[in-house]
Design a protein around this ligand. Structure first.
Ligand code: NAP
Length: 236
């Protein structure tokens, strides 16, 4: 029987916290990815009160390759039974500007966290996850550009993350590598990322975290899938 040990990045708050909580409540042991000790410890204390088996926290700053490599080493040493990586940590970039007014620094920073750092971490943990026949779940948004909402830095970084998932899934299939890679769009969720916006159609981290954990626990193979947590129903 495979171990159920998950590393959730950005788990000190928001959707990552919700995922860690509901994975924990469904029998997973969780490792919290965070970049600040106080925020990590405060989340761990709340999760433990909820009855979650938290193995510990790992310091992870996705803008720093050193931090990523250190985090991957620590996980391999302390938590060699890791079977699930949830790439959840992310930033919005400046969502209030059109492409003409988007700063290069904003494009670079958003890509650095949401794509480059996320890729570096995934790459560093792939050997361990493959050995354990594990899975990688990416928390993201669709690559298609919506006419209603299209902040360039954010959507470009997430499209790159989606490409990473697609490429890795095909490579795993073609080489019979026992590693499953897929992505989930949680839909609009009220968190700090969007200034805690709460419009009709927005969800809370409890509901989203629970649905994400259900997806992980559904016993299906999701290799290469892009899953809408709240499927869009198209009218005829
Ligand atoms: N909210 C939505 O409507 C929505 C919709 C679709 C997809 N998503 C995706 O869901 C994921 C979680 O977002 P959220 O809404 O839960 O946002 P959030 O509440 O702002 O949480 C983001 C998490 O990422 C961490 N993080 C940010 N920058 C980091 C860095 N440089 N290195 C390491 N960790 C970093 C944050 O840590 P700190 O607390 O230290 O900043 C925090 O734990 C993101 O990938 C986002 O793109 C969100």
């Amino acid at each position: 029987m495979k171990e159920k040990i998950a590393f959730v990045t950005g788990a000190n708050k928001g959707i990552g916290y919700g995922i860690a909580k509901h994975l924990g409540l469904s029998g997973w042991k969780v490792i919290i990815g965070a970049r600040d000790e106080k925020r990590a410890e405060s989340a761990i204390s709340e999760l433990k009160q909820e009855g979650v088996n938290v193995l510990g926290w790992v310091n992870l700053e996705l803008r720093s390759i050193d931090s990523i490599e250190q985090a991957a080493k620590e996980i391999a040493n302390k938590y060699a039974g890791l079977t699930l990586l949830v790439n959840n940590a992310g930033i919005p970039g400046n969502m209030g500007v059109d492409s003409l007014h988007t700063e290069l620094s904003d494009i670079k920073e958003t890509l650095d966290v949401n794509f480059v750092g996320t890729f570096a971490l995934t790459k560093a943990l792939m050997p361990l996850l493959t050995k354990n026949e594990g899975r990688i779940m990416n928390v993201t948004v669709p690559s298609e550009i919506s006419p209603y909402w299209h902040p360039l830095a954010y959507v470009a970084s997430k499209a790159a993350q989606n490409a990473m998932m697609g490429v890795m899934a095909i490579e795993c299939q073609q080489s019979n590598t026992p590693l499953e890679v897929f992505s989930v769009h949680p839909g609009p969720t009220t968190t700090d990322l969007n200034g805690n916006m709460s419009l009709p159609g927005f969800h809370d981290i409890e509901t989203v975290g629970k649905k994400m954990a259900e997806l992980i626990n559904d016993g299906k193979n999701h290799q290469g899938e892009f899953i809408e947590l709240y499927p869009i129903v198209k009218e005829d």
